[in-house]
Design a protein. Sequence first.
Length: 86
Amino acid sequence: MNNTIDIHSRNTPTIHQLRRAGWKVRVIHGKMETPLSDRFTRIELTSPEGKDAAGTAYCSKADQWNRKLGNRIALGRALKNYSTVN
């Protein structure tokens, strides 16, 4: 089985696909008290080579919080940060 992941492809890999390919993926959901946002999702990645990146998605108080959407946004930002830093 080939577990390589192309993080530069048009289709963003899922958390499950990254974990199967040997990446460490940490997902943190939390609450905070700020004027504009009250919930967040943070995803921290460690590649099989040991390189790190993270991304955070904030939910506006005017929006309905959605865990899956937060995961998708935070993962996309983490992969973008991974691409630019590493």
